[in-house]
Structure formats: C-alpha cells, structure tokens
Design a protein around this ligand. Structure first.
Ligand code: MG
Length: 181
C-alpha cells in the first residue's frame, strides 16, 4: 500500500519555483507538478496533516480545490517546519485529488513561507521537505480539524450529537473534552 502511493515530490520543480519567486511576472505561479511513486526511504513516522482549517485559516467558504483565499493559521508554517525534524510530514486534503489543488497548496505555502521566513530559499526548503500524497497514507498520527480521537468506547460518540460538531473556527462556545460530542 505504502509503496504504491503516489507522492508529489518537488525535486524537479524546485528550480522553476525559485525562478518564479524571483521573477515578479511569474510570482505565485507554480509549474505542473508530476506525481511519482514514493521511492524515498522514509525513516521518520508519517504525520498526516489536513490543510483547510489546520494550515489554511479557512475563514472564507469553500471556493473549490484550486482556490485558497485566506492566510495561514498563525504559527502553522513555523510548526510544519519544526515538525519535519521529527516526522515525515505529509499534507493530505480534499484538494489532493485534484493535481491543480496540490499545486495551489504548494504555491500558497511557498508564497506565505517567503513572507513568514523572509527568505525564498527557506520557503523552497520547506516545500521540499513536505509531501503531498494523492491518496491517504497509513499515518502514525493525523492532525485534522474534523476528527475525533477514538478512546476505546463509543459512549462519547452519540451520532445525533455528532451532527452538532463544529470545527474550532466555527465554534462559538468552547467544547470541553469531558463532554460528549
Ligand atoms: Mg480540514
């Protein structure tokens, strides 16, 4: 399963992206990214990170897989960068099925990373450390704004109450962990 998964890598587009960042007429444009079987030997555990509502602040409604209108959640890019020291960080989203959606996420991350880190080289370094699988990989751990941690009993997961679930950015009242959802 793992070896069959297509992972979008960036080795072959790094130079083009760097060119795009330094050429104002092409800023923000990322060339088509090819998907290729995962060939690297990942020694770090996979940390699967959702995009919308986790990295992307997602203040605006969904506008399609290729449109990312809002800035990062504060600290998200710095956190991702640090996480790559410990994990094989893979970003997987409902955008991932669309190659243009993957490109949009890459462009967005690079553009904001340049701003956050103040360095195009650092932005390229970050994007090269991240992976963008097109199918869901078997992860050591997943970070998502629309998921619950199963703790061995179903008592907390009343289906009718689950219908009331709201992600953090839509929540008006803080939901506590000891409260069934
Ligand atoms: Mg999400």
């Amino acid at each position: 399963m793992t070896t069959e998964q297509a992972i979008v890598t960036h080795d072959d587009v790094t130079r083009k992206m760097a060119d795009n960042l330094t050429d104002p007429t092409r800023r923000g444009h990322v060339p088509p990214i090819s998907t290729a079987p995962a060939t690297s030997v990942a020694t770090k555990p996979i940390l699967l990170v959702d995009f919308d509502g986790v990295i992307h602040s997602y203040k605006t409604r969904w506008l399609g897989a290729r449109v990312i209108p809002d800035p990062p959640v504060p600290g998200a890019l710095e956190w991702l960068d640090n996480a790559t020291n410990y994990f094989d960080v893979q970003i997987y989203s409902s955008r991932s099925h669309d190659p243009a959606g993957v490109q949009a996420m890459c462009s967005w991350i690079v553009a904001y990373a340049v701003h956050v880190f103040g360095s195009s080289a650092k932005a390229i370094d970050l994007i090269n450390k991240l992976k963008f699988p097109t199918t869901k990989p078997p992860a050591f751990l997943t970070i998502d704004d629309r998921a619950l941690t199963f703790e061995g009993t179903w008592d907390r997961f009343d289906p009718q109450l689950l219908l009331q679930f709201q992600p953090w950015y839509k929540r008006k009242k803080e939901m506590t962990d000891d409260k069934p959802v």
